[in-house]
Design a protein around this ligand. Structure first.
Ligand SMILES: [Zn+2]
Length: 294
């Protein structure tokens, strides 16, 4: 689809449709036409003006970062949060009776949204921070201390962009191989590090490799963890992997990726984000903030 008649029309369309269809990069006014709907700099006071400015910035950012289309705008966070329960087949003995943190791969929602989660913390690419900030793509980080401790400042910058830093243990062990006390040291220890470095104890914990047993969830609960999100799909710089046989995305799916650079992966962090967003947008999904649904 081609040019649609100016900034105001495009922005209005974008607000309704989530700016996914067609003329993503057609923001220039036609020759001879004044961009008269655009407010002068410094006068962005109305809500509509702000949305329009936001969208214009996103269009420019999408183009700058080489996306095929402008990412869709997620709906407002749900006023009534969905009830998060453990996915069938992922329960441990006494899961509900002990009120252990739910283990889930998808958030129950009818919103066409998915959630990006990024694990470990080895790669600390400033371009990744710039890209996700400019594109306004929310994500949730799960950090392992042995990988992040050489540069806590990188994740402080990340936190300052509105990203929640969550628990992925101190040393990334195979938790079911440890005693209850050993697991608790790994999980509570990381709660302490994040509280000390970043000022708050995480509510979310993801077990390394997605492996856990009953002691893992008992320890996590004792350490103050509320949720244990896993994932339903994983994105790499060069391909996707899926948990479901349909090899597709679903509303509320949690997507896993890693802080991994060219040395360990098939591309850079921006390559991964590009692959993620191109698929998500093409399938008609927006990226929402996981914490907004919990
Ligand atoms: Zn991990």
């Amino acid at each position: 689809m081609g040019f649609r008649g100016g900034l105001a029309v495009l922005a209005a369309t974008a607000i309704v449709s989530g700016c996914g269809e067609g003329s993503d990069f057609a923001i220039r006014p036609a020759s001879g036409q004044q961009p008269d709907q655009a407010p002068p700099a410094g006068a962005l006071h109305s809500y509509a003006d702000r949305l329009r400015a936001d969208h214009t910035a996103r269009v420019a950012a999408a183009q700058r970062w080489g996306l095929k289309k402008v990412p869709l705008t997620p709906p407002a966070p749900p006023g009534k949060k969905p009830r998060i329960t453990t996915r069938e087949g992922f329960e441990v003995t006494g899961h509900e009776d002990l009120n252990l943190p739910p283990v889930f791969t998808t958030v129950p929602t009818r919103h066409r949204v998915v959630f990006l989660t990024i694990d470990d913390g080895a790669e600390k690419d400033p371009e990744f921070l710039r890209m996700t900030t400019e594109l306004r793509i929310p994500y949730t980080a799960f950090l392992s201390d042995y990988l992040v401790k050489d540069d806590y400042g990188y994740f402080e910058k990340m936190q300052s962009t509105g990203v929640a830093l969550n628990n992925h243990t101190l040393h990334h062990p195979y938790l079911p191989g440890l005693s209850y006390r050993g697991q608790k040291r790994e999980i509570c220890g990381m709660q302490d590090v994040i509280e000390k470095r970043y000022g708050r104890r995480p509510a979310l914990f993801r077990p390394p490799f997605g492996n856990y047993n009953r002691d893992t969830l008992r320890a996590a609960k004792a350490c103050g963890v509320k949720y244990a999100p896993l994932w339903n799909a994983e994105v790499f710089a060069d391909h996707w992997e899926y948990r479901e046989g349909d090899r597709d995305l679903h509303p509320g799916d949690i997507v896993l990726s890693h802080f991994r650079g060219r040395a360990e992966g098939a591309g850079t962090m921006p390559d991964m984000v590009r692959r993620f967003l191109n698929k998500v947008t093409e399938k008609g999904y927006a990226v929402a903030r996981l914490e907004d649904y919990l």
